[in-house]
Every structure is written in structure tokens, then in C-alpha cells.
Design a protein. Structure first.
Lengths: 295, 331
């Protein structure tokens, strides 16, 4: 027996058998309704995309899954090795698409100016990280055509709620099987479904620079952040009630601000209401309905 | 001993695909007949799928729709409960469940309670029904139909039983949620429903037949778990969660009499007293009568006065002339 690979707050524990069952049905349903039987996703070497790869393989079979590894030149070799361990374990199809030329082609390098011109060289890590995420999105949607499969999202509920995600980048997808699972629940489900231990145990990272970890950058541990989000969002506790439960009110208020400032990332952009029926306002159809599947 | 065979059609309708779902209903009715079923129960909106939104108007059927008549043709010597979007003559859309027997539509129940909260948005697209009726069936007992949310309102099962139902049927499209590790089936929704159905069966000393769909509409996964509960409150049969299938359950109608003799709760109900008290409560909640047992200053419908006096919009003070302000207490 190995020691517990992660901390799972009691209130966040889920029945992983039920979760796998529901998610497998969800994945199959999304594909069937759209007229697809294949899926594609970006495999980073982290736990979220690894879990989704296992869930998709469980739902439709590994032979119908294409995983795309999309490292940038500064990406950690360990991440790539972890991603490759998932591919090997699942036996799914895998492609390697280096995005270095795409990103450097825009920002430039020390030797050559990029499409962004003089502004590209001094670009911040944030700009570069967001751009890289959107290049990966572009690659996935291109492979979606060549592979004939839908792009599966790999963002979790924790990062979705605090907005730790790139709009039209890693958040872009046809559907997302784990977007309602907190990071702690992602870990619990990953253990249950057999994601390699090394991936479950390592510190979550956006892998934007060497040694970066989510928890250092955010200033929270995931179990604490997950608990705050769970009680605040799912269970509708007030800040005062949270303080009575032992949470630091200042921390809760900081999380509140992250939720509020990222609200726009969780919604479809508004359309100016002008005509009689407007998509998303008073033209309300299911995404998939008779006739909408690929023929 | 006489038994009746109930077939629970725990199916996964395709969203908006009326023709495909009609075909599936025809197939399941034949399958149930071949298996010796006396009654076949399909889930809420089994003919259309649940998350219809603006599609509701496009799949709606009048009761004289030829497709319903054709479907009813499958029920010679059989009873079935099927559910669809019904359009009335004045073009209101209802979530409806019809009892069809021997080729005829015998009764239509229009969903009374349309949840419009949380993940639900039914009242935006549908009109609520106004009638609740227990009706006789060719099976020799009274049937009372409710649709999903209808059974989250206490009076519904009681009224059906008092109106003569011995078998309460709830057809549902219940979305699974509240995934947890701390309850019997791992899904909060399923646990709540199980508790309710057992309670209704016991308190009305009736059979409860619960048919819930499976499959996926958009984000929502439906959890199945259809059940038949005996008048004792004990489950006769529990279908698996999430699995599609036609599940056959034999029940003994004699259990109804046995339970109602041994535990005469229904005999002891006092509907006239219910009615009297309800009339009083309705008047008090509307501010049309004084609540003699409420604290001074309590809002209509509440017995306890607030710590601070609420504002009193014109026309909202039902107790004018009384000592209504909390600050007067003990003065």
C-alpha cells in the first residue's frame, strides 16, 4: 500500500463508480448527438487531461481517442514523459505537435523578430502563456477535422470558478466531462480509474515556466480552495457563516473576488438585442437536435 | 393469487426526435405484451425528450393527433402510460401523461407543478395543468398519475389516494445531481426520490410505480432507478441506476386490501378537516383573515414576528387596528 496520494476533504468525496458511469454516458451521448464516434484532446502530462483521456477511453474505447502532445520549447520534459506514460498505458493514438514555431513566430526570438513586431520580445509570461494555450486550441480543432472527432475539454471546476483558464484557449471544447469536479475530486477519480501515480502525486502546474506550480501562484492549497468554493458556491454559505466554520474571512473574500472577476469567462458573449429572436436570449434550442448531427 | 405484471420502460428518448421515439414506444409496447405485461409505464416526455426549450412547440401534439391514435392501437388488451407535449385548442403547451387502454386515450394528466429553479426552466416553456383526477383502469383498480415534480408536493399523492387511486404512478425525467459518497446510491437525487416514494406508498397504503428515464440531454444525465413500492412502503423492485431496459414486476393487488385493513390510515384521513384548515390558512396567508395564533406583527403566513419591523407597503397590513408593531411588545 502506498500512502494517500493527496488530501481529500470529507465533504468533497464522491462515489467514483457513479461518477464514471454518468460521465461515460455523457461522453457517449455528446458524441452520438453530434454524429461523431471519435474524440481528440490535448494531453499535457497533468492530471486533468490524463483523467479525461482515461474517461474517454472508458466511454468509447482507446482506439477512438486521439491525444495530442503540444509542448513548447520551455515545457518540462517530465510533463512530456508523463503524457507518454498515459498514451502507453491506454494504448490510444497519439501525435506530437511542437508549438514552439507557432508561438515564437508571433513573439519572435532573440535572433528574429516575430509577427508581433517590437512588442513581441518583451511580452509577459501571461501573454505568452495565453497565446500558447490558444495555439494548442487551434491545433486541437485542426486535428478534430483530420481525426474526425470532437474536442474534449479538460478544465476542472476549481480553475473554472476562479478563472484560472485561458478564454478560447484551454477552455475551448465541444464538451467537458470534468468541468463540474473540483481538483480534489479530479484526484479521487484519477486514483479510482488508474491514472499513473506519478501524475496524481505531482504538484499541479500550468507549466509556463520551470518550477511553476498552481498552488504557489494562487497562494492557496487546492484542498482549501476546493472547500471554500464548495461551501460558498454549491452550499450557498455566507462569508460570516464561513468564518464561523473556521475559514479565514479574508481568504474567502479573496476567492469571492476571483469568482466575480472571472464571471465573463464562464458565459457565452452577449449579443446586442435588436431583432425579434436572438440566440441565447429568446431563441433557445438544445445544442443538438434532430438534423443537427453531422450527416 | 391474482398478480398484475407491471412493465417499467426505463428508456432513453432522443431529444426532439418524435418519430424515432414513437418507434421506440411501439417496439417496447410489443416487447411488453410478449412478456405478458398488463400495464407499461413510460417516463415523462418519453416521446420527445426533456430539455426541449423552443423545440417544445415543434414536437407538440393535439390529443386527436393521428400518431397518438396509432400508438394507442398497440394497447389492445393492454394498459400504457405515455408522456408527450400536449397542445391544447388554445395553443397552450402542457407536459402530459396519458393513460391509454384498448386503443383509446382514457385519461390525460397535465403536469401541475412546473419547476423553474435550479437547473429547471419548465414554466418558461409550458403551461401548468389544473386538474388532478384518479381514474379507473381496465385492470380493476384506480390509477393516479403524477409527473415528476408533482410528487414533490405533499397534497398530490394524498389527493390521488382520497380520489380513489390504489396505484400511484409517477413518470419522471429526473436529472441526476448531488454526486456524493455519503448516501446509499451515490446520488443525492436518487436518495431523495427513494425516500419520498416509500413514504407516499406507506402513508397512502397504495402501490407506487415510479418510472424515470435514463440517457443524456445536453448537460443532464437521467439516473433511472425506476421502482415499484408496495402499500407497506417496502420496495418490490428497484431498477438499476442508468441502465436502459424494460423491467417486469409482478404485484399482488390483494396487498392493497391487506394493508388498508391492517393499517387504516386512509380510512382515518379527515379531508373535510383538511379543507377547513386549508381555507383558514389560505385566508391568513392572503392577509384576508387574522391569524389568531401568530405573534403580533408577524407577516401573513408566518407565526413569528421578525426581530425588526418590516416595511408595510400600502395594502399589505392585514392587522391594522391591532397592536402590530414588535416594538409594542410588552409595552
Amino acid at each position: 500500500m502506498t500512502a494517500q496520494a493527496f488530501e481529500l476533504p470529507d465533504e468533497l468525496a464522491i462515489d467514483t463508480d457513479v461518477a464514471r458511469r454518468v460521465i461515460a454516458g455523457f461522453i457517449r451521448g455528446q458524441l452520438e448527438q453530434a454524429g461523431f464516434d471519435r474524440a481528440v484532446l490535448g494531453l499535457s502530462g497533468g492530471i486533468d487531461s490524463a483523467l479525461v483521456a482515461y474517461l474517454v477511453a472508458e466511454a468509447i474505447g482507446a482506439d477512438r481517442l486521439l491525444t495530442v502532445l503540444m509542448p513548447y520549447r520551455t515545457s518540462s520534459p517530465a510533463s512530456r514523459a508523463d503524457a507518454e506514460s498515459v498514451v502507453a498505458d491506454l494504448g490510444c493514438r497519439s501525435e506530437l505537435v511542437e508549438i514552439t514555431a507557432m508561438v515564437d513566430g508571433y513573439f519572435g526570438t532573440d535572433e528574429v523578430a516575430g509577427a508581433a513586431g517590437a512588442d513581441g520580445g518583451p511580452a509577459s509570461a501571461l501573454r505568452r502563456g495565453n497565446f500558447a494555450a490558444r495555439m494548442r486550441m487551434s491545433v486541437l480543432y485542426d486535428r478534430s477535422v483530420t481525426w474526425g472527432g470532437l474536442v474534449v475539454g479538460t478544465g476542472n471546476k476549481t480553475e473554472g470558478l476562479i478563472g484560472y483558464t485561458t478564454l478560447f484557449g484551454d477552455s475551448a471544447c465541444a464538451f467537458n466531462p470534468i468541468g463540474d469536479l473540483y481538483k480534489s475530486q479530479v484526484r479521487q477519480l484519477s486514483v479510482a480509474i488508474g491514472v499513473p501515480d506519478a501524475i496524481v502525486r505531482k504538484a499541479p502546474s500550468a507549466d509556463l515556466w520551470p518550477g511553476q506550480t498552481d498552488e504557489d501562484e494562487g497562494g492557496f492549497s487546492y484542498p482549501l480552495l476546493d472547500r471554500i468554493l464548495f461551501w460558498r458556491v454549491d452550499k450557498r454559505r455566507s462569508v460570516e457563516e464561513m468564518a464561523d466554520m473556521g475559514f479565514d474571512a479574508g481568504t474567502v473574500e479573496r476567492v469571492d473576488r476571483m469568482i466575480a472577476t472571472s464571471e465573463f469567462k464562464r458565459q457565452v458573449p452577449p449579443i446586442a438585442k435588436l431583432g425579434p429572436r436572438t440566440a441565447g436570449v429568446d431563441y433557445l434550442y438544445p445544442r443538438r437536435r434532430p438534423g443537427s448531427a453531422r450527416g | 393469487m391474482q398478480t398484475l405484471r407491471v412493465a417499467l420502460a426505463q428508456v432513453a428518448p432522443r431529444l426532439g426526435a418524435l418519430d424515432a421515439n414513437l418507434g421506440m414506444h411501439h417496439d417496447r409496447l410489443r416487447e411488453a405484451r410478449d412478456a405478458g405485461a398488463d400495464i407499461v409505464v413510460f417516463p415523462e416526455l418519453g416521446l420527445t425528450g426533456y430539455q426541449l426549450q423552443d423545440l417544445a412547440a415543434e414536437v407538440a401534439m393535439r390529443l386527436d393527433d393521428r400518431r397518438l391514435a396509432t400508438l394507442a392501437g398497440e394497447t389492445r388488451g393492454l394498459s400504457a402510460i405515455v408522456s408527450f407535449v400536449e397542445e391544447s385548442g388554445d395553443h397552450r403547451l402542457f407536459i402530459a401523461a396519458a393513460l391509454i387502454e384498448d386503443g383509446e386515450i382514457r385519461h390525460v394528466h397535465r403536469k401541475l407543478f412546473l419547476p423553474t429553479y435550479g437547473l429547471f426552466d419548465e414554466r418558461r416553456f409550458f403551461a401548468p395543468g389544473d386538474l388532478l383526477r384518479a381514474v379507473p383502469s381496465r385492470l380493476g383498480f384506480g390509477v393516479g398519475i403524477g409527473i415528476c415534480e408533482d410528487f414533490w408536493h405533499l397534497p398530490v399523492p394524498q389527493l390521488l389516494a382520497l380520489d380513489g387511486a390504489q396505484v400511484l404512478v409517477n413518470v419522471s425525467s429526473s436529472p441526476g445531481r448531488d454526486l456524493a459518497a455519503t448516501n446509499e446510491v451515490g446520488l443525492g437525487t436518487a436518495t431523495s426520490w427513494r425516500t419520498l416514494m416509500r413514504t407516499y406508498a406507506q402513508l397512502t397504503t397504495s402501490f407506487v410505480v415510479f418510472c424515470n428515464r435514463v440517457g443524456v440531454d445536453e448537460s443532464i444525465s437521467f439516473w433511472g432507478g425506476s421502482e415499484v413500492i408496495a402499500p407497506t412502503g417496502q420496495a418490490v423492485f428497484s431498477a438499476p441506476l442508468h441502465d436502459e431496459g424494460l423491467f417486469l414486476v409482478d404485484i399482488a393487488p390483494a396487498d392493497i386490501r391487506r394493508e388498508r385493513i391492517g393499517l387504516p390510515l386512509l380510512r382515518d384521513e379527515r379531508p373535510e378537516w383538511n379543507l377547513r384548515e386549508l381555507r383558514r390558512v389560505v385566508a391568513e396567508r392572503a392577509g384576508l383573515a387574522e391569524d389568531a395564533t401568530a405573534d403580533p406583527g408577524a407577516e401573513a403566513g408566518l407565526d413569528v414576528s421578525p426581530a425588526e419591523a418590516p416595511s408595510e407597503p400600502i395594502g399589505f397590513d392585514a392587522h391594522r387596528g391591532r397592536t402590530t408593531r414588535p416594538m409594542d411588545k410588552g409595552a
